[in-house]
Design a protein around this ligand. Structure first.
Ligand SMILES: *Cc1c(COP(=O)(O)O)cnc(C)c1O
Length: 378
């Protein structure tokens, strides 16, 4: 039985052609011409003046947070349920993540909880969009304006998504993308910071590259890192970007198909197809077990693997991370919906290269596994 991996990217466009161009011309480093072209085209798709390509989405968040001047003791509000990249970008600088619980329906942060978390130390809100539906952008922007806070938009999972007709990646002071292979656009590893602010953009370019001083090379006044992005990555990115609309349409069709095939199963919370502000783009196809199912996501992952089907559990909450407990952060804090999603959520194969036959096998596997857990033949 062929094992169906949880993700396989689609690299059937101009990727090979552009990569060969890099090799034929010898341009493989971050100095190559595709990097600027990719920065320009990617930032233009989200109506931003500047794009700064970096080595991955985590680096993009680190650069963005540092560029905003966030440091020691500053507080940044973010979801409790997210990838650790969000929190690490903040704690690395000695700043403090302040967490909010999730909305159990959209899996994004419950923006109604943000206001009571704002203190005199709050500097920014990290607006993270998860799994295919944007978080409530308007509410976050309104709060940021009222309390004079910066907004960092983590659009890592949102290539091609819009909120009330405007592109994700265009909101707040600065936005970030990832191009990891399970995102709608991939460069293998890669990320980008986008902004309209000229000074912020310049600051990001400096932070991306070891904080070389402008006037004299090899003289440094500050610490940063080498987060450069190569011409090889940009070659793949350009080819991927040419197919963005097609990829988004394909993901939407896949999401709808899974929902049609799974919606009659009692005990599963499936992704919401549309909200008033957006249609789901299904970064991955997530499923949350309802409380009538006596199993957690790890158990389901194991049972699916026995059927030859790859899956992944959802993110683990920030306040439950061993590293942060050791640092004495988030003591006695609890976020019940975030904790529920982390224990009961998982996603099934949903990469762009997935075939209809594979999806049908996944559906059969999910029905069998959930049936075995509920004692019903599905
Ligand atoms: C993937 C992802 C990241 C991190 O991107 P990497 O390229 O893997 O470092 C950050 N935030 C979110 C929401 C993501 O999904």
């Amino acid at each position: 039985m062929e094992f169906i991996p949880v993700n396989e990217p689609l690299l059937k466009g101009n990727e090979k052609k552009y990569l060969c161009e890099c090799i034929d011309t010898g341009w493989i480093s971050s100095e190559g011409p595709f990097v600027k072209e990719f920065e320009q085209k990617m930032s233009a798709t989200v109506h931003r003046n500047h794009g700064i390509a970096v080595s991955n989405g985590t680096a993009a968040l680190e650069v963005a947070v540092q560029a905003l001047g966030i440091g020691e003791g500053d507080e940044v509000i973010m979801p409790a349920f997210t990838i650790i990249s969000c929190a690490m970008a903040v704690t690395k600088l000695g700043a403090v993540p302040v967490l909010v619980d999730s909305d159990i329906h959209t899996w994004n942060m419950n923006v109604d909880e943000i206001e009571r978390k704002i203190t005199s130390k709050t500097k920014a809100i990290m607006l993270v969009h998860l799994y295919g539906l944007p978080a409530a952008v308007d509410k976050v922007l309104e709060l940021a304006e009222r309390y004079d806070l910066k907004v960092i938009e983590d659009a890592a999972e949102m290539h091609g998504q819009t909120y009330n007709g405007k592109p994700c990646g265009s909101f707040g002071d600065i936005s970030t993308f990832s191009f990891y292979p399970n995102k709608h656009i991939t460069t293998g590893e890669g990320g980008m910071v986008v902004t309209n602010d000229d000074e912020l953009a310049e600051r990001c370019r400096v932070l991306r590259n070891l904080c070389f001083r402008k006037d004299v090379r090899y003289i440094h006044d500050e610490i940063s890192d080498n987060y450069r992005f190569t011409n090889l990555q940009a070659a793949v990115g350009l080819a991927q970007l040419e197919r963005l609309d097609e990829f988004v349409a394909r993901k939407r069709a896949m999401g709808k198909y899974y929902t049609e095939q799974l919606k009659d199963i009692d005990g599963l919370i499936l992704p919401i197809e549309k909200m008033s502000y957006s249609d789901n783009i299904y970064w991955v196809y997530g499923i949350v077990l309802k409380s009538n199912i006596q199993a957690d996501n790890k158990k389901v992952q194991k049972l699916l693997a026995e059927e030859g089907i790859g899956s992944r559990t959802f993110f683990w909450c920030m306040h439950e991370q061993p590293v942060y407990k050791k640092m004495g952060l988030f003591r006695d804090e609890s976020y019940p919906y975030a904790e529920y999603l982390a224990r009961k959520g998982f996603y099934i194969p949903s990469g762009l290269a997935l075939t209809r036959e594979q999806m049908d096998r996944v559906v059969t596997g999910v029905r069998k596994v959930i049936g075995s857990l509920t004692g019903k033949a599905l």
